[in-house]
Design a protein around this ligand. Structure first.
Ligand code: FCB
Length: 450
């Protein structure tokens, strides 16, 4: 019992957060390059120009992953590194980088999981209307085809997009992420529709170029869970999990995943925004609903839910002094049991946790090591819940810890450390934290030591 024998353990990164080399080898600009130039946007006034210099130090990073014993590594490609203008001429040097990285991973016996898009949208396309442009789904599919054609002989796991909740919601609704401009709800809903169409077209392009690859997507969600395990609370939590909140519709799991797995947007979305939904073409839902092999789900936390007396649900207030991480995110291990379980039940698809982790105020101690007992405790609690889900029959295929090295945490700059590997951003020295050694044992025993 426990995790499947072929369950994969690994870590995950995102291009803009680690690569650096922002102005090298013909790379075009992304919305994040531009966003960071605006004073006040990034907490510590920094940017991803150099970040972990992974573009140059990738071999060192792959060696470290090998030392921890990763079986798989999820990373993303920079769209404008490959297509500097977003469409049109290909930058061969950009493709060469991912070639080298993939070869180096395979040489280390680490399975590459490639995310096509993790937020660093080509600035040239943003200037053409970005995701509001009716051609935007095809732009994305063309980019997907180029990557799949070039790498599909060696990459057998593709994820189309990462957390559409964030690059639409946090970017165009909350304006905390690039490009940081508020758009009205009808435009953001239209963008969401184009993102989903782009996803569907990209799946078709990947299948054509790499027919033996497994294809999925990596959304995120607030993984709400029942306060007690009574049938009523479980049902209430399920409702909360898939509900759409008028004030934060883009955070919903169902807004993004229902069209893909169930062929339409949730009914509630039409009810909330009857006048603002995009026009949905006759073929759109068929394109969006391309069959997938895997749901890559990112899960960090959720809220406890109770049944109310009317067949609905209420959120339970967090207890006084509840545990939270350095980023002030609550610690809720049950999210890693109920999240995968609710999703697997609703969408009937194998699941990989493609992100989970926490930020800690890690320092290099006098002994030269980085002791992060809080990370170990957090992961231990979460992984026990994930194992319980596997034991209760949820079809789980992998777990990716966010993140490999500390890196550029978007609007928070370098003020959060999510890595299992400490990064000194001045010297680019890497130090394995205690949690990396701990994780090595988890991997070696396939989670039996937990
Ligand atoms: C996720 C993002 C990832 C990283 C972690 C902490 O939402 O996908 O890039 O920022 O949070």
């Amino acid at each position: 019992m426990g995790f499947r024998k072929d369950f994969v353990w690994g870590g995950v990164t995102a291009s803009y957060q680690i690569e650096g080399a922002a102005y090298e080898d013909g790379k075009g600009l992304s919305v994040w390059d531009m966003f960071c130039k605006e004073p006040g946007r990034i907490a510590d006034g920094t940017n991803g120009d150099v970040a972990c210099d992974h573009y140059h130090l990738y071999q060192k990073d792959v060696d470290i992953m090998g030392e921890i014993g990763y079986q798989a590594y999820r990373f993303s490609a920079t769209w404008p590194r490959i297509l500097p203008e977003g469409t049109g001429p290909v930058n061969e040097k950009g493709l060469d980088f991912y070639d080298r990285l993939v070869d180096s991973l395979l040489a280390a016996d680490i399975q590459p999981w490639l995310t096509l898009f993790h937020w660093d949208y080509p600035y040239a396309l943003f200037r053409r209307g970005g995701w509001t442009n009716p051609s935007s789904p095809q732009w994305f599919a063309d980019y997907a085809q180029i990557l799949a054609k070039r790498l599909g002989d060696r990459v057998k796991r593709f994820l189309t997009i990462n957390e559409p909740q964030c690059f639409i919601g946090i970017a165009y609704d909350d304006t905390v992420h690039a490009p940081g401009i508020h758009f009205p709800i009808w435009d953001t809903l239209l963008m969401a529709h184009h993102v989903l169409l782009g996803h569907g077209l990209a799946v078709q392009a990947i299948r054509a170029a790499a027919p033996d690859a497994l294809v999925g997507i990596s959304p995120t969600c607030s993984a709400h869970y029942p306060d007690t395990e009574t049938a009523e609370d479980i049902e209430a939590a399920r409702q909360a999990f898939f509900d759409v909140d008028k004030g934060a519709p883009f955070w919903s799991a169902s807004l993004w995943s229902d069209p893909i797995f169930k062929g339409d947007y949730p009914k509630k979305l039409y009810e909330l925004f009857p006048e603002h939904m995009p026009n949905i073409g006759p073929d759109d839902m068929r394109i969006i609903g391309q069959p997938l092999d895997i749901l890559g789900q990112n899960i960090y936390n959720g809220k406890a839910v109770r049944a109310d007396s009317k067949g609905g649900y209420v959120f339970v207030e967090r207890e006084k002094g509840y545990p939270f991480t350095a980023a002030k995110w609550p610690v809720t291990p049950k999210a890693l049991y109920w999240g995968p379980r609710f999703l697997a039940e609703a969408y009937q698809i194998p699941i990989a946790i493609t992100e989970n982790g926490l930020s800690c105020p890690d320092v290099v101690s006098l002994d030269g090591k980085v002791h992060d007992p809080i990370r170990i405790d957090f992961l231990h609690r979460y992984l026990l819940e994930l194992r319980r889900a596997a034991e209760d029959g949820v079809d789980l295929r992998g777990y990716f810890h966010w993140c490999v090295t500390d890196n550029f945490e978007w609007a928070k700059g370098f003020t959060e450390r999510f890595g299992m590997v400490y990064c000194d951003f001045e010297t680019q020295e890497r130090i394995l934290k205690d949690s990396a050694y701990w994780y090595r044992e988890v991997i070696q025993t396939n989670g039996e030591n937990l």
